[in-house]
Design a protein around this ligand. Structure first.
Ligand SMILES: C[S@@+](CC[C@H](N)C(=O)[O-])C[C@H]1O[C@@H](n2cnc3c(N)ncnc32)[C@H](O)[C@@H]1O
Length: 231
C-alpha cells in the first residue's frame, strides 16, 4: 500500500489542500471523494453515523478510524476510545487532531476487548470479499466484552447495476455483487487496487448467524444504506 489516502488526509490537515481524492471501481466510472468529508463533524455526519455514535457505550474500538472523526466525538463525550487504521497517514492525522490512543493496526491483529466496536463509512469494506466475512466476524466477536456490541454500516449496491432503461446487467455467475475492485488516485498518484466489500443486510445477517452473532437492523439510510448492531 502506498498510503495515498493517508497522504491526502495529511495534506488536508496541514493546510495543503489543492484537490480531492478520485475514486472508481470495476463497475463505475470516476467519482470525487471530497477531503472535507473525511473531516466531518457530528452535525455533518449521515444520520446512520449519528445514530451509531448515540449507541456507543463503555470502552470503544474505532476500526478504520481515518482522520478520527468518530473517535474525537466519543472521546469528547468522555468515553475511552482506541482508534486503529492500517494507514500511517490516517493515524498521524488522528493523533494530531487529538485522538489520545491511535495505532497503526490491522483489525485482524487487534487483541484487546471492548464494549463497542465501530466500523463506519461502509464498515464491511474492511472484510474485502464475501469469502472473508466469517473470519472477520469471528475475530470481531472475540474482541467483545460481555454484552458488547458491534456497530457497522453498509449498503446494498444492486442499484449500481441498473441501466438507463431500469434493467439490471448483473452477471449471476459472477461473484457476490457487492465485491468491488476499488481504485483511488490523488495528485496524479495511483494507489494499488484494493478489494472493497458492500454487504446487503440479509447477507450480513446470515453471516452473523453462522458465527453465533445476533444481527439487528438499527436504521436504514436514504440510499440503500443501513446501520446494523451485532451482539
Ligand atoms: C472509508 S475509510 C473510513 C474512514 C473513517 N472511518 C471515516 O468514517 O471517515 C476506511 C478506512 O479503513 C481503513 N482500513 C481498511 N482496512 C483496514 C483494516 N483491515 N484494519 C484497519 N483499518 C482498515 C482504511 O485505511 C481507511 O482509513
Amino acid at each position: 500500500m502506498k498510503d495515498i489516502f493517508g497522504k491526502a488526509l495529511l495534506d488536508y490537515h496541514n493546510g495543503n489542500y489543492t484537490e480531492d481524492i478520485v475514486t472508481s471501481t470495476n463497475i463505475s466510472s470516476e467519482d470525487i471523494l471530497p477531503l472535507s468529508y473525511l473531516f466531518r463533524c457530528y452535525a455533518e455526519m449521515p444520520k446512520l453515523e449519528q445514530k451509531a455514535l448515540q449507541l456507543a457505550k463503555g470502552k470503544v474500538l474505532d476500526v478504520g478510524c481515518g482522520a478520527g472523526n468518530h473517535s474525537l466525538y466519543l472521546q469528547e463525550k468522555g468515553l475511552e476510545v482506541k482508534a486503529i487504521d492500517i494507514s500511517q497517514g490516517a493515524i498521524a492525522v488522528a493523533k494530531q487532531r487529538g485522538v489520545l490512543l491511535a495505532e497503526v493496526l490491522n483489525i485482524l491483529d487487534e487483541t484487546e476487548t471492548f464494549d463497542t466496536v465501530f466500523l463506519l463509512m461502509n464498515g464491511t469494506g474492511v472484510f474485502q470479499e464475501l469469502q472473508q466475512v466469517s473470519k472477520h466476524l469471528k475475530h470481531l466477536k472475540s474482541l467483545l466484552n460481555t454484552n458488547g456490541q458491534i456497530l457497522i454500516d453498509s449498503s446494498d449496491i444492486t442499484y449500481m447495476y441498473e441501466d438507463e432503461d431500469g434493467g439490471f446487467w448483473m452477471d449471476t455467475n459472477a461473484n457476490y455483487h457487492g465485491e468491488l475492485d476499488y481504485f483511488i488516485s490523488y495528485k496524479g498518484e495511483k494507489e494499488l487496487p484494493m478489494k472493497w466489500l458492500y454487504l446487503d443486510f440479509d447477507t450480513l445477517k446470515l453471516a452473523c448467524e453462522s458465527v453465533g452473532l445476533q444481527c439487528k437492523l438499527v436504521l436504514e439510510g436514504e440510499h440503500f444504506d443501513y446501520l446494523a448492531r451485532l451482539s
